[in-house]
Design a protein around this ligand. Structure first.
Ligand code: ZN
Ligand code: ZN
Length: 864
């Protein structure tokens, strides 16, 4: 089946309330094809209805959307928008790069879409489903890292069209995404490079202004993506790498990517600034004043008079001259705001001498800017040139700065749950940390506002800063709330008593390595509580291995290690990617770029990572490298298939990488096997020289080959996407249920089983199944375990159950309802009354049912 469609199927359901899920031919349709000829008719009838129904709902969603777009279009010439504000999503901190959301009643826009943007939008209820436009200031992973995930989500929730504006390589970037997303036929993606004319819609007009850097220091192989505030690049970027041929699966000359010109089109010396001007809004008629002056309010004759008055004309009525200002509020010509990224000193000249931007300076030929957004590091801000440029705007201009100096908590829900889990066990659930930049803050002559998550600048009706949407991160409140949960504190106490009195727990904790840090434990798409797949295995104080790397893995690492994130990054020598679903690999590039930065900061010599991954990943990386940003020198690829038992013998280079990987990590063995998920999906098992063994499933249905390579593992990390009772759905999506995962662990004779990769419907906690034993634990983001913790982990369960009693209660209720429905269905089938509408969309109905959890959760949160 089309693997691209699989990756977030369970989650499309989360959006059902706002928009129907697009039609897709469920895998179950094929899997559940009738075996007996007598069933054929019934099956085909059910299928037709199911597909029709899905198609209808999809079309309805599209129609609704087109209607919205048309309806608003008609109004646009006469009425500018009444409410427009710009809101900070990512404030530019190291873990949440700069991004802005702009709202009007007609349109929604996003400026930049780094990793984690989608997650923040989900947490803070900024609807992706209404996005019309994404503006990107630069072809740099920092700005576009979250775009592939965002596009897949927009496609899945039925957004028919999205316009991407900015660097011309965006088209190539989209082609590179197609390597793992499939054709993206359901969504129309248009790229508007900066060379296109002014963009205009119902809300505003946007001019794209190219700004060129000093290219001599940024040429081919040069530091193509200076991170904001990042130190200079290490020589890694200038190493010319032998290209990889994914077709042959070996190093060697690479044929040009299909559908692409073979010529590299990367242009690191270009950034795009945006000049946005709101449409003018006419004044409103002041009714009491109009009545007082004798105008025929409420009568037909008023129409043309009001039209003239609103257009600024003086009218004469019954011999009386009436001026517009007597009866109308003043008209608003439409404020201008600029979004400018000046990523490094190389671009200062380009920005400061730019004539298009200068038009909005004080005394310029066009309206002075009401707001300038600076996505610029302190190194730029502190230069005399840049400050002088800022001073050329009038004193009425507001300046908003987004960079690593941002002091703001973005992922509040994650902080909340971590604070509460920390009460249960402070070492297994350590508090989240913040990365504080060491870069000195520039003292600015112009008054500026530093970005904070959700800070708003309202452009209409009045120009003002608004802080009402900002959510406080109140640790005390989180603690208080958990303490008030019935029986929670008692269970915490019981757990603590056990830990302090049990001698083997005490001795077990003395062994610090290996240590497993769960960075992302949710499936499909990043959500506020669980991020997507990423598990760090710290083998020793200086050696780490990463298992899968979904979007936002770096952000999680940053919030886990705070100021020590550079050490953590520099320790990672090996990354295993199980398969090419976006929730498992789209965080790879950010991790690699940040690792390079970390090594430079620490003064360590750069070395590429060993990337153990499906060889297809190289098609994506090659395309990205050619057209977007330098990346190939960061990886030594070891195709997963060469680590399978009985695989063909790799060529010398791959063999030497395998040897080096084992040596670097003190491993005796690194094995992989094909699993039952999508094409080219793998699990792995690693055996350390000291004897311990760790098996990691990636995504899979119960798989015999994995049982073999993981035999006698010390720790098994197995996906448990769905709860028991949802076996059909699990099969359809080729995932495992809780009990299936546990059964694999038992057959493997694993000493301990950690379940992860939970469907986002189990955001806080998955449902426990009866076969949970003292050899089974459940993972949470930021959970840190050592092998000595195996005795403790089951002891955490009563406290967890108490803390999440409400969620568990709701999930159990849903399960009961589902079981009741199933019983009724079976009874009806027995009586051979099989109306199609009851028999059919099993998968779809379950998705909706599953979706109750997150939305129910939202409702409760709002109530709190
Ligand atoms: Zn997955
Ligand atoms: Zn998958």
């Amino acid at each position: 089946m089309n693997t691209a469609r699989l990756w977030h199927q369970p989650f499309a359901s989360l959006f059902i309330r706002t928009r129907s899920v697009p039609a897709r031919r469920p895998a179950a349709a094929a899997a559940a094809a009738p075996r007996a000829p007598g069933d054929v008719l019934r099956w085909s009838r059910a299928m037709t209805t199911r597909m029709e129904k899905n198609t209808k709902s999809f079309q309805k969603a599209k129609q609704k959307d087109t209607l919205r777009r048309l309806k608003t279009k008609g109004q646009w010439s006469s009425h500018g928008p009444s409410t427009v504000y710009l809101q900070v999503v990512g404030a530019g901190s190291r873990d949440n790069g700069a991004s802005l959301y702009v709202f009007s009643e007609y349109n929604r826009y996003l400026f930049n879409c780094g990793e984690g943007t989608q997650r923040l939008m989900q947490e803070h209820k900024l609807k992706a489903s209404r996005l019309d436009n994404v503006f990107l200031t630069r072809m740099n992973w920092e700005n576009i890292g979250g775009l592939s995930g965002m596009i897949l989500t927009l496609k899945d929730i039925g957004v028919p069209e999205c316009v991407l504006s900015g660097p011309p390589q965006l088209g190539n970037f989209i082609n590179a995404i197609k390597v793992f997303s499939g054709a993206l036929e359901d969504i129309k993606l248009s790229v508007r490079p900066y060379s296109e004319e002014t963009y205009t819609d119902q809300t505003m007009s946007v001019d794209q202004v190219p700004v060129f850097g000093e290219s001599q220091s940024l040429g081919e192989g040069g530091p193509s993506s200076p991170g904001r505030g990042s130190p200079p690049r290490s020589p890694a970027s200038s190493q010319r790498k032998e290209l990889w041929n994914p077709v042959a699966g070996q190093p060697g000359p690479r044929p040009p990517s299909p559908g692409l010109v073979s010529k590299a089109t990367r242009d690191p010396s270009l950034v795009v600034a945006f000049v946005c001007k709101l449409h003018a809004k006419k004044g409103n008629l002041l009714v009491p004043q109009a009545i007082e002056l004798g105008l025929p309010v409420g009568k037909a004759a008023i129409g043309p008079l009001v039209a003239d008055l609103k257009n600024g004309k003086t009218v004469t009525y019954e011999g009386k001259e009436i001026r517009p200002e007597q009866v109308c509020t003043p008209s608003d010509p439409g404020p201008v705001f600029l979004v400018v990224e000046c990523p490094s000193e190389d671009f200062i000249d380009g920005v400061c001498t730019n004539e298009r931007l200068a038009r909005h300076h004080a005394g310029g030929p066009e309206d002075a800017a009401a707001l300038v957004v600076h996505m610029s590091p302190e190194a730029v801000l502190k230069t005399e040139r840049y400050q002088a440029w800022m001073e050329r705007f009038p004193s009425s201009t507001e300046h908003l700065v987004l960079n690593e100096h941002a002091q703001t908590v973005h992922n509040i829900r994650s902080h909340k749950i971590q604070t509460q889990l920390n009460m249960i066990h402070p070492e297994i659930f350590p508090q989240l940390k913040t990365f504080n930049t060491t870069e000195e803050q520039a003292s600015l002559r112009v008054s500026t506002i530093r970005a904070e998550c959700l800070l708003k600048f309202q452009l209409r009706p009045t120009l003002e800063w608004q802080r009402d949407a900002m959510v406080p991160c109140d640790t005390e409140e989180f603690l208080k709330e958990a303490s008030a949960v019935p029986e929670f504190l008692q269970e915490v106490e019981a757990c603590r008593t056990f830990c302090s009195s049990d001698s083997s727990v005490q001795s077990g904790r003395a062994e610090r390595y290996p240590e497993v840090v769960f960075l992302g434990t949710g499936s499909a798409l990043p959500m506020k509580i669980r991020n997507v797949s990423g598990t760090l295995v710290n083998i020793s104080p200086g050696q780490s291995l990463l298992l899968d790397c979904g979007e936002g893995t770096f952000g999680q690492l940053c919030r886990h290690y705070g100021d020590r994130v550079d050490e953590a990054l520099a320790n990672i020598s090996t990354i295993f990617v199980s398969h090419m679903h976006a929730d498992h690999h789209t965080g790879l590039l950010k991790l690699l770029y940040q690792r390079e930065r970390a090594m430079a900061t620490l003064g360590k010599a750069f070395s590429p990572v060993y990337l153990v991954a499906p060889v297809q990943i190289m098609t994506w990386l090659n395309q990205f490298h050619d057209h977007c940003d330098h990346i190939l020198s960061h990886v030594n690829i070891i195709p997963n298939k060469f680590l399978c038992d009985g695989s063909e013998v790799p060529k010398y280079k791959t063999k030497s990488f395998i040897q080096a990987l084992l040596k670097r990590n003190d491993l005796h063995k690194f094995q992989t096997c094909h699993v039952r998920h999508c094409k080219n999906a793998f699990a792995c098992s690693i055996t350390h020289r000291s004897g311990w063994k760790l098996a990691f499933s990636g995504d899979t249905m119960p798989c015999d080959a994995f049982v073999d390579i993981g035999q006698n593992a010390t720790l098994l990390i197995h996906e448990a996407t769905l709860e028991d009772g949802l076996e059909d759905e699990a099969e359809e999506k080729r995932h495992s249920t809780t009990s299936q995962a546990i059964a694999v662990g038992m057959r493997m004779n694993a000493e301990f089983i950690m379940l992860n990769h939970f469907s986002q419907r189990y955001a806080k906690i998955p449902l426990f199944s009866p076969d949970f034993t003292d050899r089974v634990g459940i993972s949470f983001d930021h959970m840190k375990i050592r092998f000595g913790d195996f005795r403790v982990l089951p002891r955490l369960v009563p406290a967890l159950k108490a803390l999440f009693a409400e969620e568990i209660g709701e999930m159990e209720e849903r399960r009961e309802k589902r079981e009741l429905r199933q019983t009724k269905l079976e009874e009806r089938e027995e009586r051979q009354e099989q109306p199609a509408e009851v028999r059919e969309p099993r998968g779809t109905k379950r998705d909706q049912q599953g979706a109750v959890s997150p939305s129910g959760d939202t409702k409760r949160l709002r109530a709190k």
